[in-house]
Design a protein around this ligand. Structure first.
Ligand SMILES: Cc1cc2nc3c(=O)[nH]c(=O)nc-3n(C[C@H](O)[C@H](O)[C@H](O)COP(=O)(O)O)c2cc1C
Length: 507
Protein backbone atom coordinates (compact mmCIF):
# COMPACT_ATOMS: atom_id res chain seq x y z
CA UNK A 1 0.00 0.00 0.00
CA UNK A 2 2.73 2.44 1.00
CA UNK A 3 4.69 1.60 -2.13
CA UNK A 4 1.66 2.41 -4.28
CA UNK A 5 1.12 5.72 -2.46
CA UNK A 6 4.83 6.48 -2.83
CA UNK A 7 4.80 5.82 -6.58
CA UNK A 8 1.65 7.91 -7.02
CA UNK A 9 3.25 10.76 -5.07
CA UNK A 10 6.28 10.75 -7.34
CA UNK A 11 4.38 10.71 -10.64
CA UNK A 12 1.60 13.20 -9.75
CA UNK A 13 2.26 16.78 -10.85
CA UNK A 14 0.29 18.95 -8.42
CA UNK A 15 2.26 18.83 -5.15
CA UNK A 16 6.00 19.60 -5.09
CA UNK A 17 6.47 18.24 -1.57
CA UNK A 18 4.87 14.90 -2.45
CA UNK A 19 7.14 14.54 -5.48
CA UNK A 20 10.25 15.19 -3.39
CA UNK A 21 9.08 13.55 -0.15
CA UNK A 22 6.71 10.73 -1.09
CA UNK A 23 4.62 9.44 1.83
CA UNK A 24 6.30 11.77 4.35
CA UNK A 25 4.62 14.80 2.80
CA UNK A 26 1.25 13.33 3.83
CA UNK A 27 2.29 13.49 7.47
CA UNK A 28 2.90 17.22 7.08
CA UNK A 29 -0.45 17.70 5.33
CA UNK A 30 -2.23 15.76 8.10
CA UNK A 31 -0.61 17.90 10.77
CA UNK A 32 -1.61 21.03 8.86
CA UNK A 33 -5.21 19.81 8.77
CA UNK A 34 -5.45 19.43 12.54
CA UNK A 35 -3.44 22.57 13.18
CA UNK A 36 -6.30 24.61 14.74
CA UNK A 37 -6.77 21.91 17.36
CA UNK A 38 -3.02 21.56 17.98
CA UNK A 39 -2.78 25.31 18.39
CA UNK A 40 -5.17 25.18 21.30
CA UNK A 41 -2.57 23.12 23.14
CA UNK A 42 0.66 24.70 22.02
CA UNK A 43 -0.60 28.31 21.79
CA UNK A 44 1.09 28.75 18.46
CA UNK A 45 0.83 32.37 17.39
CA UNK A 46 -0.39 33.50 13.98
CA UNK A 47 2.32 36.14 14.15
CA UNK A 48 4.98 33.57 14.83
CA UNK A 49 8.06 35.63 14.05
CA UNK A 50 8.77 34.06 10.64
CA UNK A 51 8.94 36.45 7.67
CA UNK A 52 5.42 35.41 6.66
CA UNK A 53 3.07 33.99 9.29
CA UNK A 54 0.82 31.05 8.55
CA UNK A 55 -2.32 33.13 8.08
CA UNK A 56 -0.69 35.13 5.31
CA UNK A 57 0.87 32.11 3.68
CA UNK A 58 -2.37 30.19 3.68
CA UNK A 59 -4.22 33.03 1.92
CA UNK A 60 -1.54 33.06 -0.77
CA UNK A 61 -1.74 29.28 -1.24
CA UNK A 62 -5.52 29.47 -1.51
CA UNK A 63 -5.46 32.31 -4.03
CA UNK A 64 -2.73 30.61 -6.07
CA UNK A 65 -4.62 27.32 -6.13
CA UNK A 66 -7.90 29.03 -6.92
CA UNK A 67 -9.45 27.66 -3.71
CA UNK A 68 -12.05 29.45 -1.60
CA UNK A 69 -10.16 32.30 0.11
CA UNK A 70 -12.85 33.31 2.58
CA UNK A 71 -12.55 33.22 6.41
CA UNK A 72 -15.24 31.87 8.74
CA UNK A 73 -16.46 33.16 12.09
CA UNK A 74 -14.64 36.46 12.38
CA UNK A 75 -11.27 38.17 12.69
CA UNK A 76 -8.34 36.54 14.47
CA UNK A 77 -6.51 39.88 14.69
CA UNK A 78 -5.86 41.51 18.04
CA UNK A 79 -7.84 44.61 17.11
CA UNK A 80 -7.25 46.38 20.44
CA UNK A 81 -3.52 45.72 20.37
CA UNK A 82 -1.05 48.43 19.37
CA UNK A 83 -0.04 48.32 15.72
CA UNK A 84 -3.47 47.17 14.49
CA UNK A 85 -4.12 48.76 11.10
CA UNK A 86 -7.23 49.08 8.99
CA UNK A 87 -8.93 50.96 6.19
CA UNK A 88 -12.39 52.48 6.69
CA UNK A 89 -15.29 51.51 4.47
CA UNK A 90 -17.79 53.92 2.95
CA UNK A 91 -21.56 54.08 3.37
CA UNK A 92 -21.66 54.45 -0.39
CA UNK A 93 -19.41 51.64 -1.65
CA UNK A 94 -18.83 51.54 -5.39
CA UNK A 95 -18.76 48.41 -7.54
CA UNK A 96 -15.24 46.92 -7.56
CA UNK A 97 -13.03 48.41 -10.25
CA UNK A 98 -12.09 46.06 -13.06
CA UNK A 99 -9.19 43.89 -11.96
CA UNK A 100 -6.72 44.63 -14.76
CA UNK A 101 -5.22 47.49 -12.79
CA UNK A 102 -2.29 49.20 -14.53
CA UNK A 103 -0.01 52.20 -14.48
CA UNK A 104 1.84 53.73 -17.44
CA UNK A 105 5.63 53.90 -16.91
CA UNK A 106 7.74 56.21 -19.08
CA UNK A 107 8.66 59.87 -18.71
CA UNK A 108 9.17 62.46 -21.47
CA UNK A 109 12.51 60.96 -22.63
CA UNK A 110 11.05 57.47 -22.99
CA UNK A 111 10.01 56.36 -26.47
CA UNK A 112 8.48 53.01 -25.52
CA UNK A 113 6.36 53.57 -22.38
CA UNK A 114 5.04 50.39 -20.77
CA UNK A 115 1.62 49.73 -19.28
CA UNK A 116 2.63 47.88 -16.09
CA UNK A 117 0.32 45.82 -13.89
CA UNK A 118 -0.03 47.07 -10.29
CA UNK A 119 1.28 43.67 -9.09
CA UNK A 120 4.43 42.05 -10.53
CA UNK A 121 7.09 39.45 -9.82
CA UNK A 122 9.96 41.10 -7.96
CA UNK A 123 13.63 40.53 -8.87
CA UNK A 124 14.89 36.98 -8.24
CA UNK A 125 17.74 35.63 -10.36
CA UNK A 126 18.10 32.37 -12.19
CA UNK A 127 20.79 30.98 -9.88
CA UNK A 128 19.00 31.82 -6.67
CA UNK A 129 15.86 30.22 -8.15
CA UNK A 130 15.77 27.00 -10.16
CA UNK A 131 15.25 26.87 -13.91
CA UNK A 132 11.75 25.44 -13.45
CA UNK A 133 10.86 28.19 -10.98
CA UNK A 134 11.96 30.84 -13.50
CA UNK A 135 10.02 29.12 -16.28
CA UNK A 136 6.85 28.95 -14.17
CA UNK A 137 7.12 32.59 -13.09
CA UNK A 138 7.60 33.76 -16.64
CA UNK A 139 4.82 31.60 -18.05
CA UNK A 140 2.54 32.86 -15.26
CA UNK A 141 3.47 36.46 -16.15
CA UNK A 142 2.64 35.74 -19.78
CA UNK A 143 -0.74 34.19 -18.91
CA UNK A 144 -1.68 37.05 -16.59
CA UNK A 145 -0.15 39.91 -18.61
CA UNK A 146 2.13 41.21 -15.88
CA UNK A 147 5.89 41.72 -15.55
CA UNK A 148 8.64 39.40 -14.34
CA UNK A 149 11.88 40.97 -13.05
CA UNK A 150 14.98 38.93 -13.96
CA UNK A 151 16.97 39.77 -10.83
CA UNK A 152 20.63 40.58 -11.26
CA UNK A 153 21.64 37.13 -12.57
CA UNK A 154 20.94 37.95 -16.21
CA UNK A 155 18.16 37.45 -18.78
CA UNK A 156 18.56 33.67 -19.02
CA UNK A 157 17.16 31.28 -21.60
CA UNK A 158 14.57 30.17 -19.03
CA UNK A 159 13.21 33.70 -18.95
CA UNK A 160 12.81 33.55 -22.72
CA UNK A 161 10.93 30.25 -23.20
CA UNK A 162 7.40 31.56 -22.67
CA UNK A 163 7.77 35.21 -23.70
CA UNK A 164 6.34 36.86 -20.54
CA UNK A 165 7.11 40.58 -20.13
CA UNK A 166 10.55 41.16 -18.63
CA UNK A 167 12.04 43.86 -16.43
CA UNK A 168 15.74 43.31 -17.01
CA UNK A 169 17.75 44.07 -13.88
CA UNK A 170 21.43 45.09 -14.08
CA UNK A 171 23.39 44.62 -10.89
CA UNK A 172 26.99 45.65 -10.31
CA UNK A 173 28.18 42.47 -12.10
CA UNK A 174 26.39 43.57 -15.34
CA UNK A 175 25.52 39.94 -15.98
CA UNK A 176 24.47 39.35 -19.56
CA UNK A 177 26.03 42.64 -20.75
CA UNK A 178 29.59 42.60 -19.49
CA UNK A 179 33.07 42.50 -20.91
CA UNK A 180 35.43 39.73 -19.85
CA UNK A 181 36.89 41.99 -17.13
CA UNK A 182 33.45 42.55 -15.57
CA UNK A 183 32.91 46.07 -16.89
CA UNK A 184 29.72 47.12 -18.68
CA UNK A 185 29.47 46.34 -22.41
CA UNK A 186 27.26 48.85 -24.23
CA UNK A 187 27.23 46.66 -27.32
CA UNK A 188 26.02 43.53 -25.50
CA UNK A 189 23.48 45.55 -23.56
CA UNK A 190 21.99 47.10 -26.71
CA UNK A 191 21.70 43.67 -28.35
CA UNK A 192 19.88 42.08 -25.41
CA UNK A 193 17.73 45.14 -24.60
CA UNK A 194 16.40 45.15 -28.18
CA UNK A 195 14.52 41.90 -27.42
CA UNK A 196 10.83 42.89 -27.51
CA UNK A 197 10.23 40.81 -24.37
CA UNK A 198 12.28 43.39 -22.40
CA UNK A 199 9.81 46.10 -21.37
CA UNK A 200 11.81 48.02 -18.76
CA UNK A 201 15.42 48.17 -17.51
CA UNK A 202 16.25 48.44 -13.81
CA UNK A 203 19.66 49.30 -12.36
CA UNK A 204 20.02 47.59 -9.00
CA UNK A 205 21.70 49.92 -6.51
CA UNK A 206 20.86 47.87 -3.44
CA UNK A 207 18.55 45.23 -2.04
CA UNK A 208 16.75 45.56 1.29
CA UNK A 209 17.97 42.27 2.75
CA UNK A 210 21.65 43.11 2.17
CA UNK A 211 22.18 46.75 1.18
CA UNK A 212 25.79 47.69 0.64
CA UNK A 213 26.81 44.05 0.40
CA UNK A 214 28.11 42.40 -2.75
CA UNK A 215 27.82 38.72 -3.47
CA UNK A 216 29.85 35.74 -4.68
CA UNK A 217 28.49 32.71 -6.46
CA UNK A 218 31.21 30.14 -5.71
CA UNK A 219 33.01 28.58 -8.72
CA UNK A 220 31.56 25.06 -8.28
CA UNK A 221 28.04 26.51 -8.56
CA UNK A 222 28.85 28.32 -11.81
CA UNK A 223 27.44 25.66 -14.11
CA UNK A 224 27.32 25.86 -17.91
CA UNK A 225 23.77 27.25 -17.71
CA UNK A 226 24.68 29.94 -15.16
CA UNK A 227 27.77 30.79 -17.19
CA UNK A 228 25.57 31.21 -20.28
CA UNK A 229 23.01 33.43 -18.48
CA UNK A 230 25.58 35.64 -16.79
CA UNK A 231 28.31 35.73 -19.40
CA UNK A 232 30.99 34.49 -16.96
CA UNK A 233 33.44 31.56 -17.23
CA UNK A 234 32.31 28.12 -15.98
CA UNK A 235 33.65 27.03 -12.57
CA UNK A 236 35.16 30.42 -11.66
CA UNK A 237 33.88 32.48 -8.68
CA UNK A 238 31.25 34.91 -9.98
CA UNK A 239 31.51 38.20 -8.06
CA UNK A 240 28.89 40.95 -7.73
CA UNK A 241 30.86 43.89 -6.29
CA UNK A 242 29.26 46.02 -3.56
CA UNK A 243 29.21 49.04 -5.88
CA UNK A 244 28.93 49.78 -9.59
CA UNK A 245 31.91 50.53 -11.82
CA UNK A 246 29.82 52.69 -14.21
CA UNK A 247 29.19 55.50 -11.75
CA UNK A 248 30.41 56.82 -8.45
CA UNK A 249 28.43 60.05 -8.17
CA UNK A 250 24.71 60.89 -8.46
CA UNK A 251 25.27 62.74 -11.74
CA UNK A 252 27.10 59.75 -13.22
CA UNK A 253 24.23 57.48 -12.17
CA UNK A 254 21.75 59.73 -13.97
CA UNK A 255 24.00 59.81 -17.04
CA UNK A 256 24.06 56.00 -16.97
CA UNK A 257 20.23 55.99 -16.87
CA UNK A 258 20.19 58.22 -19.94
CA UNK A 259 22.78 56.02 -21.70
CA UNK A 260 20.76 52.85 -21.08
CA UNK A 261 17.58 54.53 -22.32
CA UNK A 262 19.36 55.58 -25.49
CA UNK A 263 20.95 52.13 -26.02
CA UNK A 264 17.63 50.34 -25.45
CA UNK A 265 15.80 52.40 -28.06
CA UNK A 266 13.94 54.49 -25.49
CA UNK A 267 12.58 51.85 -23.10
CA UNK A 268 11.74 52.93 -19.53
CA UNK A 269 14.88 52.90 -17.35
CA UNK A 270 14.97 53.25 -13.60
CA UNK A 271 16.72 51.98 -10.49
CA UNK A 272 15.97 49.91 -7.42
CA UNK A 273 17.32 50.62 -3.96
CA UNK A 274 16.77 50.30 -0.27
CA UNK A 275 16.97 53.81 1.21
CA UNK A 276 20.17 54.41 3.16
CA UNK A 277 21.70 57.79 4.05
CA UNK A 278 19.00 60.35 3.17
CA UNK A 279 21.45 62.83 1.61
CA UNK A 280 22.55 60.21 -0.93
CA UNK A 281 19.04 59.77 -2.38
CA UNK A 282 18.58 63.53 -2.21
CA UNK A 283 21.87 63.88 -4.09
CA UNK A 284 20.33 61.81 -6.89
CA UNK A 285 17.31 64.16 -6.89
CA UNK A 286 19.67 67.13 -7.17
CA UNK A 287 21.46 65.38 -10.05
CA UNK A 288 18.10 65.04 -11.83
CA UNK A 289 17.44 68.76 -11.34
CA UNK A 290 20.95 69.75 -12.44
CA UNK A 291 21.05 67.51 -15.53
CA UNK A 292 17.40 67.80 -16.54
CA UNK A 293 17.38 64.00 -16.97
CA UNK A 294 15.08 61.78 -14.96
CA UNK A 295 14.70 58.06 -14.54
CA UNK A 296 11.31 56.71 -15.61
CA UNK A 297 10.84 54.83 -12.36
CA UNK A 298 12.34 54.03 -8.96
CA UNK A 299 11.70 50.86 -6.96
CA UNK A 300 11.99 51.02 -3.17
CA UNK A 301 12.88 47.81 -1.35
CA UNK A 302 12.63 47.56 2.43
CA UNK A 303 15.07 46.11 4.89
CA UNK A 304 12.42 43.42 5.52
CA UNK A 305 12.99 42.19 1.95
CA UNK A 306 14.06 38.66 1.13
CA UNK A 307 17.23 37.15 -0.29
CA UNK A 308 18.78 33.82 -1.14
CA UNK A 309 21.54 34.39 1.43
CA UNK A 310 22.93 37.30 3.48
CA UNK A 311 24.72 37.86 6.81
CA UNK A 312 22.40 38.20 9.82
CA UNK A 313 23.42 41.79 10.59
CA UNK A 314 22.51 42.85 7.06
CA UNK A 315 19.22 40.94 7.07
CA UNK A 316 18.14 42.38 10.42
CA UNK A 317 19.70 45.77 10.95
CA UNK A 318 20.89 47.55 7.82
CA UNK A 319 18.73 49.73 5.60
CA UNK A 320 15.45 51.59 5.95
CA UNK A 321 12.21 49.61 6.35
CA UNK A 322 9.95 49.68 3.32
CA UNK A 323 7.28 52.13 4.55
CA UNK A 324 9.72 54.76 5.78
CA UNK A 325 11.80 54.32 2.61
CA UNK A 326 8.77 54.71 0.37
CA UNK A 327 7.47 57.81 2.16
CA UNK A 328 10.95 59.36 2.16
CA UNK A 329 11.48 58.76 -1.58
CA UNK A 330 7.96 59.98 -2.41
CA UNK A 331 8.52 63.11 -0.30
CA UNK A 332 11.89 63.85 -1.93
CA UNK A 333 10.42 63.59 -5.41
CA UNK A 334 7.36 65.69 -4.52
CA UNK A 335 9.48 68.20 -2.59
CA UNK A 336 11.89 68.57 -5.52
CA UNK A 337 9.10 68.89 -8.09
CA UNK A 338 10.09 65.60 -9.76
CA UNK A 339 7.22 63.30 -8.89
CA UNK A 340 4.97 63.92 -11.91
CA UNK A 341 6.92 61.83 -14.43
CA UNK A 342 8.69 59.33 -12.15
CA UNK A 343 6.74 56.23 -11.11
CA UNK A 344 7.43 54.59 -7.75
CA UNK A 345 7.35 50.82 -7.28
CA UNK A 346 7.72 49.14 -3.91
CA UNK A 347 8.57 45.70 -2.48
CA UNK A 348 8.68 44.37 1.06
CA UNK A 349 6.34 41.66 2.37
CA UNK A 350 3.47 42.77 0.14
CA UNK A 351 1.22 39.80 -0.26
CA UNK A 352 -2.48 40.73 0.19
CA UNK A 353 -4.86 43.33 -1.24
CA UNK A 354 -4.62 45.25 2.04
CA UNK A 355 -0.79 45.28 1.91
CA UNK A 356 -1.09 46.75 -1.57
CA UNK A 357 -3.72 49.33 -0.57
CA UNK A 358 -1.53 50.51 2.26
CA UNK A 359 1.55 51.27 0.15
CA UNK A 360 -0.50 52.71 -2.71
CA UNK A 361 -2.05 55.12 -0.18
CA UNK A 362 1.41 56.08 1.07
CA UNK A 363 2.67 57.08 -2.39
CA UNK A 364 3.53 53.95 -4.40
CA UNK A 365 2.32 53.55 -7.99
CA UNK A 366 2.74 49.78 -8.09
CA UNK A 367 3.86 46.77 -6.01
CA UNK A 368 6.25 43.88 -6.53
CA UNK A 369 6.29 40.61 -4.62
CA UNK A 370 9.11 38.09 -4.51
CA UNK A 371 8.36 35.62 -1.73
CA UNK A 372 4.60 35.78 -2.36
CA UNK A 373 5.22 34.40 -5.84
CA UNK A 374 7.65 31.85 -4.38
CA UNK A 375 4.73 30.56 -2.28
CA UNK A 376 2.69 30.26 -5.47
CA UNK A 377 5.50 28.04 -6.81
CA UNK A 378 5.20 25.73 -3.79
CA UNK A 379 7.74 27.31 -1.38
CA UNK A 380 7.01 26.25 2.22
CA UNK A 381 9.32 28.84 3.81
CA UNK A 382 11.82 26.15 4.86
CA UNK A 383 14.47 28.94 4.77
CA UNK A 384 17.04 26.68 3.15
CA UNK A 385 17.60 28.83 0.00
CA UNK A 386 21.33 29.15 0.79
CA UNK A 387 21.95 25.39 1.17
CA UNK A 388 20.85 24.20 -2.29
CA UNK A 389 18.56 21.78 -0.40
CA UNK A 390 15.28 23.62 -0.95
CA UNK A 391 12.62 20.97 -0.22
CA UNK A 392 10.13 22.32 -2.76
CA UNK A 393 12.61 22.68 -5.64
CA UNK A 394 12.09 26.46 -5.93
CA UNK A 395 15.42 27.86 -4.69
CA UNK A 396 17.91 25.20 -5.76
CA UNK A 397 20.04 24.23 -8.72
CA UNK A 398 19.74 20.54 -7.84
CA UNK A 399 18.15 18.82 -10.86
CA UNK A 400 16.38 16.15 -8.82
CA UNK A 401 14.86 18.64 -6.38
CA UNK A 402 13.65 21.08 -9.00
CA UNK A 403 11.75 18.41 -10.93
CA UNK A 404 9.17 18.92 -8.16
CA UNK A 405 8.17 22.23 -9.76
CA UNK A 406 5.84 21.24 -12.60
CA UNK A 407 5.86 24.28 -14.84
CA UNK A 408 2.32 24.29 -16.36
CA UNK A 409 0.66 23.75 -12.97
CA UNK A 410 2.78 26.30 -11.09
CA UNK A 411 2.51 28.88 -13.90
CA UNK A 412 -1.25 28.72 -13.53
CA UNK A 413 -0.87 29.28 -9.77
CA UNK A 414 1.37 32.29 -10.40
CA UNK A 415 -1.26 33.75 -12.71
CA UNK A 416 -4.07 33.07 -10.23
CA UNK A 417 -2.18 34.66 -7.36
CA UNK A 418 -1.73 37.80 -9.45
CA UNK A 419 -5.34 37.93 -10.62
CA UNK A 420 -6.95 37.03 -7.29
CA UNK A 421 -4.81 39.49 -5.31
CA UNK A 422 -5.73 42.32 -7.66
CA UNK A 423 -9.39 41.27 -7.45
CA UNK A 424 -9.14 41.45 -3.64
CA UNK A 425 -7.56 44.91 -3.90
CA UNK A 426 -10.30 46.12 -6.26
CA UNK A 427 -12.97 44.80 -3.86
CA UNK A 428 -11.38 46.53 -0.88
CA UNK A 429 -11.03 49.83 -2.73
CA UNK A 430 -14.68 49.62 -3.81
CA UNK A 431 -15.77 49.01 -0.21
CA UNK A 432 -13.90 52.20 0.74
CA UNK A 433 -16.07 54.06 -1.79
CA UNK A 434 -13.22 54.66 -4.22
CA UNK A 435 -13.19 53.98 -7.95
CA UNK A 436 -9.49 53.14 -8.29
CA UNK A 437 -6.56 52.32 -5.98
CA UNK A 438 -4.86 55.55 -7.09
CA UNK A 439 -7.56 57.42 -5.15
CA UNK A 440 -6.29 56.00 -1.85
CA UNK A 441 -4.65 58.55 0.45
CA UNK A 442 -3.01 58.39 3.91
CA UNK A 443 -6.31 59.74 5.30
CA UNK A 444 -8.04 56.45 4.43
CA UNK A 445 -5.74 54.37 6.63
CA UNK A 446 -5.75 54.12 10.41
CA UNK A 447 -3.54 52.63 13.06
CA UNK A 448 -4.02 51.96 16.77
CA UNK A 449 -1.03 53.50 18.50
CA UNK A 450 -2.11 52.85 22.08
CA UNK A 451 -5.01 51.23 23.90
CA UNK A 452 -6.96 54.53 23.70
CA UNK A 453 -5.59 56.26 20.65
CA UNK A 454 -5.98 55.81 16.90
CA UNK A 455 -4.28 57.93 14.24
CA UNK A 456 -4.63 58.25 10.49
CA UNK A 457 -1.51 57.66 8.44
CA UNK A 458 -1.70 61.33 7.45
CA UNK A 459 -1.14 62.19 11.12
CA UNK A 460 1.48 59.53 11.68
CA UNK A 461 3.86 60.46 8.89
CA UNK A 462 5.27 63.65 7.41
CA UNK A 463 4.19 64.45 3.85
CA UNK A 464 5.91 67.28 1.99
CA UNK A 465 4.15 69.67 -0.36
CA UNK A 466 4.95 70.13 -4.06
CA UNK A 467 8.45 71.72 -4.46
CA UNK A 468 8.68 72.25 -0.70
CA UNK A 469 12.34 71.17 -0.61
CA UNK A 470 13.21 73.76 -3.25
CA UNK A 471 11.35 76.50 -1.42
CA UNK A 472 12.93 75.54 1.93
CA UNK A 473 11.05 73.09 4.09
CA UNK A 474 10.37 73.55 7.77
CA UNK A 475 10.79 69.81 8.40
CA UNK A 476 14.17 69.75 10.12
CA UNK A 477 15.32 66.25 9.14
CA UNK A 478 14.51 66.84 5.47
CA UNK A 479 16.01 70.34 5.52
CA UNK A 480 19.20 69.12 7.15
CA UNK A 481 19.84 66.32 4.67
CA UNK A 482 18.77 68.42 1.67
CA UNK A 483 21.33 71.05 2.68
CA UNK A 484 24.24 68.61 2.53
CA UNK A 485 23.08 66.53 -0.45
CA UNK A 486 25.14 67.05 -3.58
CA UNK A 487 24.72 66.06 -7.22
CA UNK A 488 28.46 65.51 -7.65
CA UNK A 489 29.18 63.23 -4.69
CA UNK A 490 27.34 60.67 -2.62
CA UNK A 491 29.49 61.07 0.47
CA UNK A 492 29.35 64.09 2.75
CA UNK A 493 32.48 65.91 3.88
CA UNK A 494 32.69 66.38 7.67
CA UNK A 495 32.85 70.19 7.58
CA UNK A 496 29.78 70.35 5.29
CA UNK A 497 27.93 68.05 7.65
CA UNK A 498 28.86 70.13 10.70
CA UNK A 499 27.45 73.28 9.06
CA UNK A 500 24.29 71.44 8.06
CA UNK A 501 23.87 70.06 11.58
CA UNK A 502 23.98 73.60 12.90
CA UNK A 503 21.46 74.75 10.26
CA UNK A 504 19.21 71.79 11.03
CA UNK A 505 19.21 72.61 14.72
CA UNK A 506 18.38 76.21 13.96
CA UNK A 507 15.50 75.08 11.68
C1 LIG B 1 15.41 34.21 -3.36
C2 LIG B 1 15.45 35.69 -3.57
C3 LIG B 1 16.32 36.23 -4.50
C4 LIG B 1 16.38 37.61 -4.71
N1 LIG B 1 17.20 38.12 -5.68
C5 LIG B 1 17.19 39.45 -5.94
C6 LIG B 1 17.94 39.99 -7.02
O1 LIG B 1 18.62 39.29 -7.76
N2 LIG B 1 17.89 41.33 -7.20
C7 LIG B 1 17.12 42.16 -6.44
O2 LIG B 1 17.07 43.36 -6.67
N3 LIG B 1 16.38 41.67 -5.42
C8 LIG B 1 16.38 40.34 -5.17
N4 LIG B 1 15.59 39.84 -4.17
C9 LIG B 1 14.75 40.78 -3.39
C10 LIG B 1 13.32 40.84 -3.93
O3 LIG B 1 13.28 41.22 -5.28
C11 LIG B 1 12.44 41.80 -3.14
O4 LIG B 1 12.87 43.12 -3.35
C12 LIG B 1 12.40 41.53 -1.65
O5 LIG B 1 12.44 40.16 -1.37
C13 LIG B 1 11.13 42.10 -1.02
O6 LIG B 1 9.99 41.48 -1.56
P1 LIG B 1 9.18 40.31 -0.78
O7 LIG B 1 9.00 40.77 0.61
O8 LIG B 1 7.90 40.21 -1.57
O9 LIG B 1 10.00 39.07 -0.85
C14 LIG B 1 15.54 38.46 -3.95
C15 LIG B 1 14.67 37.91 -3.00
C16 LIG B 1 14.61 36.55 -2.81
C17 LIG B 1 13.65 36.00 -1.81
Amino acid sequence: MLTLIGVWDIVQTKHSLRRNYPIMAHIRFMLEKIRPEIRQYFLESETDGTPFNRAKRSIVYQRAKGELDKRPFGTQQNIYGNQFEWINHSLVPVPAAQHDLRVMVGGPDCKQPYSLSLFNVSAMSFGSLSANAIRALNKGAKLGNFAHDTGEGGFSRYHKEFGGDIIWELGSGYFGCRNDDGTFSAERFAKEAANPQVKMIEIKLSQGAKPGHGGVLPGPKVTAEISDARGVPIGVDCVSPASHSMFSTPLELIQFVAQLRELSGGKPVGFKLCIGHPWEFMGICKAMLESGTRPDFIVIDGTEGGTGAAPLEFVDHIGTPMREGLIFAHNCLVGAGLRDTIRLGVAGRIITGFDMALVLALGADWCNAARGFMFALGCVQAQACHTDHCPSGVATQNAWRQHAVVVPDKAERVRRLHDNTLAALADLVGAAGLAHPKDLTPMHLLKRVSAYEVKTFAELYTFLGERELLAGTGHATYAQSWAIAHARRFTVQPEVKATADAQGQAA
